[in-house]
Design a protein around this ligand. Structure first.
Ligand code: AMP
Length: 396
């Protein structure tokens, strides 16, 4: 893998695509800086070599050009703290002023460019825009795993302007290494825990995993599609009516491949999708009319935990319930605790990004699992076996 270890950055300006798409609260405080922390080792290696660093990223989904809410200036203070130096800021990513600032950088200095998505050209993968961005650096480094599945100007198209000077950052490299380890070098028993809202988002991954895992645990909203497909009464729970046949097919495939497929037997149910809803527990296939399952129930927790604790490799993607609401966080928390315990006992645990990473972070377990991916969609696509444009652009 062509990582930044292949080059000495002395006297060079490194243009790094990072993924600083971090959650911010109303006062612009960063509520989870995992992605920023993830980029620090790459930046530090380049500075240590005697290079300078120009960082580019997107933040949120700005619709109409520059918007204060989505400005990367809100990240300068925290980034300066993480790097222990004063980070400079350019209030545009391709202006003459930004270019001047990038050219005037001295070794050891860091410049953060304004949000790439203030330009529509970024997501369109516009070649001219990519070319303008490329002028900011002598070397291109991609360390933005979270956006590696997008063929955008800064994540893929830009690489053509650095045919002999493009590299993977350390975060990208460790994301790929950890995903590979789980996919191709998993110690058995290997258990995948799938959750989240929809089965449709994860079909391809589930199908691929059926060839690899010993146990497949399914929880979260997607479990009710399986329950209904098996003839259960699921009340108002989340369901994908057009995926009922598929759910039955997956159950059959698991049987054929001798994968132990575990579906929840019970649920915490609620009379409304609300933090103060009335709650009860019910069998997963016998949920009262008008009620909905918003978390896995205590019996399911017990069975799932037993399997997790016996596993040597764990891959977790998607929460077991609506963990954002306290009344429905127990299932996700219990599984997180079991994953932590298994990890302490020597298992390797990879937590898929997105909501599973948010859950692990909410419960304070970031440092107690083997690896928390910074990529949600990117990790899913990589694990499904797709070639990520951001990875291809460096490898080509
Ligand atoms: P995903 O992005 O597909 O991983 O889905 C994550 C979202 O699924 C989280 O916001 C959860 O609140 C939600 N979720 C998990 N379980 C349920 C459920 N039983 N009903 C509705 N939403 C759920």
């Amino acid at each position: 893998m062509k990582t930044i270890d292949f080059i000495n950055f002395s006297g060079k300006r490194a243009l790094i695509r990072v993924d600083f798409n971090v959650p911010l609260d109303d006062k612009f405080h960063i509520t989870d800086d995992n992605r920023m922390q993830g980029a620090v080792s790459t930046i530090e290696k380049i500075l240590k070599d005697g290079g300078s660093v120009i960082l580019m990223s997107h933040l949120g989904r700005p619709k109409d050009g520059p918007t204060d809410k989505y400005s990367l200036k809100h990240l300068v203070k925290h980034l300066s703290f993480l790097l222990n130096l004063q980070v400079q800021f350019a209030d545009d990513c391709v202006s003459g002023e930004a270019l001047r600032k990038s050219k005037e950088l001295k070794p050891g200095e860091v410049l953060l460019l304004e949000n790439l998505r203030f330009y529509k050209e970024e997501e369109k993968g516009d070649r001219d825009f990519a070319h303008k961005l490329s002028l900011m650096g002598d070397v291109y480094v991609n360390d933005a795993f979270g956006t590696a599945h997008r063929e955008h100007a800064s994540t893929a198209v830009i690489a053509q302007f650095f045919p002999d000077a493009k590299y993977f950052g350390y975060l990208m490299a460790s994301e790929l290494r950890n995903a590979e380890k789980v996919l191709n070098d998993a110690e058995k028993p290997f258990t995948a825990i799938m959750g989240g809202a929809k089965v449709s988002d994860k079909i391809l991954l589930i199908e691929r995993l059926l060839d690899k895992v010993d146990n497949l645990i399914v929880g979260g909203g997607m479990a009710y599609t399986f329950a209904k497909a098996q003839g259960g009464k699921i009340g108002k729970s989340l369901v994908e009516e057009d995926k009922l046949d598929l759910a039955l097919e997956l159950i059959e495939k698991a049987k054929k491949k001798k994968v132990n497929l575990l579906l929840p037997v019970d649920s915490v149910i609620a009379d409304a999708f609300a933090p103060d809803a009335n709650t009860d527990t019910a069998e997963n296939t016998n949920i009262k009319d008008g009620w909905m399952g918003l978390d896995i129930g205590p019996e399911s927790v017990k069975t799932f935990k037993e399997v997790v604790l016996k596993s040597k490799t764990l891959l977790w993607n998607g929460p077991m319930g609506v963990f954002e609401m306290e009344k429905f966080e127990q299932g996700t928390k219990a599984i997180a605790e079991a994953v932590v315990e298994a990890t302490k006992g020597g298992a390797f645990s990879l937590i898929g990004g997105g909501d599973s990473a948010a859950a692990v972070s909410k419960f304070g377990f970031n440092d107690d699992v083997s690896y928390v991916s910074t990529g949600g969609g990117a990790l899913l696509e990589y694990m499904e076996g797709k070639e990520l444009p951001g990875v291809k652009a460096i490898n080509d």
